[in-house]
Structures are given as C-alpha cells and as structure tokens.
Design a protein around this ligand. Structure first.
Ligand code: SF4
Length: 238
C-alpha cells in the first residue's frame, strides 16, 4: 500500500497508545516509507532530542538511510560541538548552512526573514541537492500551539512527502527512548533548555509549553522557523 497523506485523529493516538506501541508505529512508518522511497528518504536532523530519536529509529530500519543537518551562524557553541562530534562519527552526514551576509540583528528586527534566509533556504537546498522525495522530521504534536495540526504523513509540497514518525510521542517518551537506547543528546538540555534553536532566539523558561522559550518577546514567540510551514520545493514563490 503506498504511503499517502493521512487525516488521522492525532490526539487520540497521542493518548491512546503506550510507549512500546508508539515505537513500533514509528518504526513501521519509517519502514513503509523506506520501502517506497528508498534513497529518496532522508532524515532532517536539527540536533535536538527529537531529531536524535528519529535518526536512531531510522538507523534501526536501515543504517543506509541518509540524513542532513541545517545549521546557522547563530547556533550555540554547545550545539556546534555536538554537531561536529556527530559529523566526525558519521561520514555521510551532510551539513547545510547559508553564509550570505545579512543585516546586523536581523533576528531581532525581522526574525521571520532571518529564519527564512538561514534555515528555510538551506533546507530547500538540502532537499534539492540530495534528491529528497520523502523527508523525515522530529516534529511532535504536543510541543506547542503551532504543532497541533500536523499529520504523520503529509504532502505540503507537491512531489515531496513529509513523514513525521514521532508526531504522537510525548516529551517524556522521547527521553525514555533516548535513555533506553543510550542515544547521545545536545548538552544544552542539562542546563534546562527544552527546545533548542539559535542562541539569540532561545531561552530557558518554566512555561508548560515546550517551545515557549523560542523567539521570546517577538510575534514569533513559541512559533516556527518556517521549515514546517513554508514551501520547500525549488519552484516555490517567496
Ligand atoms: S532562530 Fe533566530 S537567529 Fe536563528 S535563523 Fe531564526 S531568527 Fe535567525
């Protein structure tokens, strides 16, 4: 059966399945997608805990599944070190970054534009250069207010399937999986961060919303950089 966009009741899956059932479901989704898309299936790794869980799941399905990292000039040094360790360990791990000049403090004056240049554009380049037909993300529906309407299988860009295999996992289940499988994580979590991004736009908060520390004090607070909401195919219109 081909993998097609779904309209499942995500909320009932979040609360209706236990940890082991979610792991099995995620592995099954990746397996099904890998059977259909083969080398066109690629994991996007943001170096956060969710990406590390998805990458580990994907490697269980096949060690040959490719993945890429998108990074920016503003990533915290801990994230850069963590990335460098992974790149040194995994030869096929590709890193995409946009070094074009931008105005000073664009992250403060126009964070949407900053994210578009530094995050969305390199993601588009990764999708194009790696001939991605199905990209795999670590997006979860319980992360925050902007993540409740996604599906496990989507086709937001025509010809590009987006697989969100851990969409229904709780935050604690991510930590459970990472601990049980001894998956390395970004050291910033030990400092109290729950969602990681660029240094100027990421804070530690005690708000229940997992993404509440992102873009604090801007209209983008708790929101999205754009890779999950903007078109990613080369024929996009800005
Ligand atoms: S998270 Fe902040 S610094 Fe990073 S690309 Fe977006 S606006 Fe720019």
């Amino acid at each position: 059966m081909p993998l097609t966009a779904t309209r499942e009741d995500v909320r009932s899956l979040v609360d209706g399945l236990n940890f082991a059932e979610k792991v099995e479901r995620s592995l099954g989704l990746i397996q099904q997608a890998y059977s259909e898309f083969g080398d066109g299936l690629v994991v996007a790794n943001s170096l956060g805990k969710d990406s590390m869980a998805v990458w580990h799941l994907a490697k269980r399905v096949s060690p040959h599944i490719r993945n890429f990292i998108v990074t920016t000039r503003f990533k915290p040094r801990e994230t850069v070190s963590f990335m460098n360790e992974l790149v040194a360990q995994y030869a096929g791990l590709k890193v995409f970054k946009n070094d074009q000049p931008i105005s000073d403090r664009l992250y403060a004056t126009d964070p949407d534009k900053c994210c578009d240049i530094l995050k969305v554009q390199p993601t588009r380049r990764a999708i194009e250069e790696m001939n991605v037909t199905c990209w795999v993300t670590g997006l979860r529906s319980t992360e925050g207010r902007t993540r409740t309407d996604f599906q496990e299988v989507e086709e937001r860009d025509k010809g590009l399937i987006k697989l969100n295999p851990i969409l229904i996992w709780h935050e604690r289940e991510i930590w459970q999986y990472l601990a049980l499988n001894r998956v390395p994580v970004n050291p910033l979590y030990a400092k109290g961060y729950r969602s990681l991004g660029c240094a100027p736009c990421t804070r530690i908060t005690s708000d229940p919303d997992e993404r509440s520390g992102r873009w604090v004090g801007t209209s983008k607070c708790g929101g999205e950089c754009g890779i999950h909401t903007r078109p990613l195919k080369p024929d996009y219109q800005i």
